[in-house]
Design a protein. Structure first.
Length: 156
């Protein structure tokens, strides 16, 4: 599924009226595509703010080590989506601030933007579902680090 043509002229997500990106024709189509992709994660719901705030997917991912441990994850679309990547945060439980690959206190570092779209956010292919899947992998690595003191995989 191609969501956006890389290298093509950017489609405006605003119509000049100050409307939220999701209310433009492209935005409505893109949100429908995002919703279809998120069907892979039935525990996630889309929150549509009435006050013009940011659209957010929120749901729970379970630990692979301790099934009772749950992580409340949010994926928030910025105003300049898709030109700017959604922000992923783990709201609960509190994460160890000494954890590697953590931006601030609750934002997992899921990719290196400096590596370009082949290794990170790509407006043509990355969906909220992609980010939730990457977050599940990050949580597994985080729990491994908590258990053995070493982050699995490459530190690049």
């Amino acid at each position: 599924m191609t969501l956006y043509l890389a290298g093509a002229a950017l489609q405006s997500t605003a119509d000049g009226s100050g409307a939220h990106w999701s209310t433009t024709p492209y935005g409505r189509w893109r949100l429908a595509a995002e919703s279809e992709a998120m069907k892979r994660f039935p525990g996630f719901d889309l929150h549509l703010p009435e006050d013009g705030g940011d659209l957010t997917w929120a749901g729970v991912l379970r630990s692979t080590f301790k099934r009772r441990r749950r992580y409340l994850v949010k994926v928030t679309y910025p105003d300049r989506f898709p030109h700017q990547a959604p922000v992923v945060s783990i709201e609960q439980p509190a994460l160890d601030p000494a954890a590697p690959h953590l931006l601030g206190c609750n934002r997992p570092c899921l990719y290196r933007g400096a590596n370009g779209s082949r290794n990170g956010y790509d407006p043509a292919r990355t969906t909220a579902a992609t980010l939730v899947a990457w977050t599940a992998l990050w949580i597994h690595a985080y729990e491994t680090w908590k258990a053995i003191g070493t982050w699995p995989g490459s530190e690049e």
